[in-house]
Write a protein that binds this ligand. Structure first.
Ligand code: SF4
Length: 512
């Protein structure tokens, strides 16, 4: 058989034997950015060596971060030209922001510094947010850090290392929680049961997002974490005007709560500035979407949706994130102006439903193996309305809208009309010719309308491939099984031959 990309991978582990050859310019660029990543990691490790070693020894999930260089390589696999440059810029920005936040967390962590006065003082300036609440509201406390509480021990590790959720999911099941709950809330509950959340913050803003599983896990976390907390409830049916006053009142209550616990007044000018920056970040995203609608989509796939989720949740209103966006857009624009497309695209797919964290580079495989470019993804589409910064009320209304259309929430819980109608609209808008529909077996809300997707696709004559997955639990559905769902569909329904036959079937169950 002709040599292909799978020959680069070690048997069973799926780990790279050596770096990928992408032509001189792209290989040199990729290597230089890999070195840059190591520079960021070494700088972080050396800045607080004892504290960081303690953190690795104390928290099981910290092990996942040690494998981050391999994760970035997987996310960039097969990328060339502007797509590669955009991916590496996004990922290295993410690495520099996450390492800074880890330093803030560990410097204040009472698990690592029991009885420390310095850590206690730092905690007075840390507000914890449920990870599904975009951090923009915290910008009104410029002297404080807003930390998305579960983002660093749970969400990011689940992307970086596919096996990281397994231990914590088992703990929550051993504790007696139902085994059929979605792995995301189950992982969070397991962290709380194991006391593996850092002990930080002066207060916590919780939420009912995104779903019933998350509401249940919030109750367990609240008991174990013990911080003063306020629930910021976000209405489900965000298209309905009647819910907006309630949504704004909830945010006002959360602001009063934070003022009380930080002892600071809310700084509305700082919030206005953050909203303006977020609007500019969003406009940069709109431009990327417009470019992806052309015949030469420059920035698609895993690094695009991963970055968008992180930007929307953690670094919304952050000047450094906006600078990265503008830089990436310049790179993409140049390639589009030249009319170049350094990838082989046979199909343009809309990817719908929540992607699998345990196979974050699934998009790269789709493109490399079958030439399926994921030109638009449901998970990418959040908070798409600009915030009106003309008054305090209009800003709160805008933030309420952003929260209601947060990650997973906008579609999976916004009602069947949002989940369905948007899919058919995006299919037309992006000139797609197929749909990849994730069948996330634990997401019961979406599971309930599976038949409507089938019916709608059949009625419109759209080829739709169902891919089973379990968000972040590789023990229920493996990466290999996900690939097999696509292989069977492409061979039987689409009557295609793979672009790279070596990638059709390989074993990466033991990979990070
Ligand atoms: S995938 Fe579905 S069930 Fe899981 S957290 Fe998201 S919305 Fe909830």
């Amino acid at each position: 058989m002709k040599k292909g990309k799978a020959d680069l991978l070690r048997k069973d582990t799926g780990i790279l034997k050596h770096r990928e050859w992408r032509g001189i310019s792209d290989t040199v660029y990729d290597y230089s950015q890999w070195c840059r990543l190591w520079g960021i990691l070494i700088k972080w490790a050396a800045s607080h060596p004892v504290q960081n070693v303690k953190a690795v020894m104390r928290y099981r999930w910290m092990f996942s971060y040690i494998t981050v260089a391999a994760f970035f390589d997987r996310i960039c696999m097969g990328q060339r030209g502007a797509g590669l440059r955009a991916a590496r810029s996004n990922l290295n920005y993410l690495a520099s922001d996450v390492t800074k936040t880890l330093t803030t967390i560990f410097s204040a962590d009472m698990n690592l510094h029991p009885g420390s006065k310095k850590a206690r003082e730092l905690n007075k300036k840390i507000i914890c947010f449920d990870e599904l609440l975009p951090a923009i509201l915290g910008k009104g406390f410029p002297g404080c850090s807003t930390i998305l509480f579960q983002e660093y021990p749970m969400y990011l590790p689940s992307l970086i290392h596919q096996h990281s959720p397994v231990h914590y999911i088992e703990q929550s099941e051993l504790y007696g929680l139902p085994a059929d709950v979605c792995p995301l809330p189950s992982f969070e509950a397991g962290l709380a049961i194991e006391d593996d959340f850092p002990k930080i913050g002066c207060c916590m803003v919780t939420s009912n997002m995104p779903c019933d599983g998350s509401i249940m896990t919030t109750m367990i976390q609240e008991r174990r974490i013990g911080l003063p907390s306020v629930p910021l409830n976000v209405p489900l049916r965000w298209k309905e005007d009647e819910v907006q006053d309630y949504a704004v009142e909830e945010i006002k209550e959360a602001i009063s709560f934070m003022e009380k616990h930080t002892g600071r007044n809310y700084d509305w000018d700082a919030l206005t500035e953050a909203c303006r920056i977020w609007n500019a970040q969003n406009e940069a995203k709109f431009e990327k979407w417009d470019m992806n609608k052309t015949d030469i989509p420059p920035h698609t796939g895993s690094s695009a949706w991963l970055y968008r989720i992180f930007e929307h949740q953690a670094v919304c209103g952050e000047p450094a994130a906006l600078r990265n966006d503008l830089k990436v857009n310049r790179i993409l624009r140049r390639q589009v102006a030249k009319g170049k497309c350094p990838k082989t695209i046979r199909h343009r797919a809309i990817i719908w439903n929540t992607p699998a964290n345990n196979y974050a580079n699934f998009n790269n495989w789709l493109l490399d193996c079958w030439g399926i470019d994921s030109v638009c993804e449901m998970i990418d589409i959040h908070g798409t309305d600009l915030i009106d910064t003309s008054s305090r009320e209009s800003m709160l209304l805008g933030i309420a809208g952003m929260y209601q259309t947060s990650t997973m929430r906008a579609h999976t819980k916004g009602g069947s009309e949002v989940m369905l109608d948007d899919l058919w609209e995006k299919y037309e808008e992006y000139n797609a010719d197929m749909i990849i529909m994730f069948d996330q077996i634990s997401c019961k809300g979406v599971g309930a309308i599976n038949g409507l997707f089938e019916e709608g696709a059949m009625h419109r004559g759209i080829p739709m491939c169902r891919v089973r997955q379990d968000l972040m639990d590789p023990t229920s559905i493996t990466r290999r099984e996900m690939r097999n769902d696509v292989n069977v569909f492409m061979l039987t329904v689409m009557k295609e031959e793979p672009l790279d036959a070596s990638l059709v079937d390989f074993d990466d169950d033991k990979s990070w």
